[in-house]
Design a binder for this molecule. Structure first.
Ligand code: GDP
Ligand code: MG
Ligand code: K
Length: 293
């Protein structure tokens, strides 16, 4: 079977049960999950991998393109997501009226991508109320497939997940399937920085470069990040840095902007360049960067 992968945007008011649903998805698929990333402070709620699928859940509507561009040889393509997620999951809870934001609500009803409307917390309702609500939502969002669920009790969670897999487009995975378990943020940061390098330097430079994030320190209002750009030769270091540091500065400013959107927080990004001769041929180095398989 062909591999499927895509972005699923979970939207809904606070406390309707989005995080609970994510946890239920992750729990449901535990036997075949190889990696996951979850924190509601960040844009990506979770990544669920199976042998032939990868689902990227996000909890923020209409944000950015994922600011990364994976090396062609690794992935084969790039996709700008979030803005045009593949599936929209709109979660409401029993008794709720609708998102307060009319314009936003219109976006849902006019969505060109499939919408799954999850009516959550049905464990808190009786049959009559449930039927009543199902009807109301069917009228409000006629383009949606409606699932009454209980994220907390796991009712219909599997059905919803299977439907998501059905609806995913055929695609190779967006992230390496075994690389994310412990440090998804760092992976994203590294790819953002590398994207800027790909954009701003001649071809031979990006291919001589690796990025590693040495420090990721989250405070209440700011995230402090220090990353090193690894090159093979002194001449390459000079090119990366540029005249009076101007080229490196541009990489830093642009990457920081993407990261601020991604993490939804102020970012302090410190970049420096280090010569690491022949990192590509050094087996240990390759392992550190996750290219060992
Ligand atoms: P989020 O803000 O949308 O991510 O919502 P959370 O997942 O944090 O859930 C908010 C509250 O609703 C928590 O207390 C959950 O335990 C509760 N909750 C979530 N799903 C259900 C459900 O299916 N039934 C009931 N009764 N409570 C739920
Ligand atoms: Mg949450
Ligand atoms: K949330």
């Amino acid at each position: 079977m062909a591999h499927k992968a895509g972005f699923v945007n979970i939207i809904g008011n606070p406390n309707v049960g989005k995080s609970t649903l994510m946890n239920a998805f992750v729990g449901e698929k535990l036997s075949i999950i190889t990696s996951k990333a979850q924190t509601t402070r960040h844009r990506i709620l979770g990544i669920v991998n199976g042998d032939d699928f990868q689902v990227l859940f996000s909890d923020t509507p209409g944000i950015i393109k994922p600011a990364y561009e994976l090396q062609e040889s690794m992935m084969g393509f790039v996709k700008s997501a979030f803005e045009d997620a593949d599936i929209l999951v709109y979660m409401v809870e029993i008794g709720e009226q609708a998102l307060k934001d009319e314009a936003f609500f219109k976006k849902i009803t006019n969505s060109k991508i499939p919408v799954l409307l999850l009516l959550n917390k049905i464990d808190n309702s009786d049959q009559e109320q449930l039927e009543n609500q199902m009807q109301i939502w069917a009228e409000k969002v006629p383009n949606a497939e409606i699932y009454p669920i209980s994220a907390l009790e796991g009712f219909q969670v599997k059905e919803v997940f299977n439907r998501i897999i059905d609806l995913l487009p055929e695609s190779p995975p967006f992230y390496p399937k075994d690389q994310l378990t412990d440090k998804p943020e760092r992976f994203f940061i590294n790819e953002s920085i590398r994207e800027k390098i790909l954009l701003h330097y001649k071809k031979e430079i990006p291919y001589a470069v690796e990025v590693e994030t040495e420090e990721f320190f989250e405070e209440e209002k700011i995230i402090r990040i220090r990353s090193v750009i690894m090159v093979e030769r002194d001449t390459q270091k000079g090119i990366i840095i540029g005249h009076k540091g101007s080229a490196l500065k541009r990489v830093g400013v642009e990457a920081r902007k993407d990261l601020e959107k991604f993490f939804g927080k102020q970012i302090h990004l410190e970049l420096y360049v280090k010569v690491n001769k022949n990192w590509r041929s050094n087996q240990n180095q390759l392992k550190r960067f996750g290219y060992n398989n």
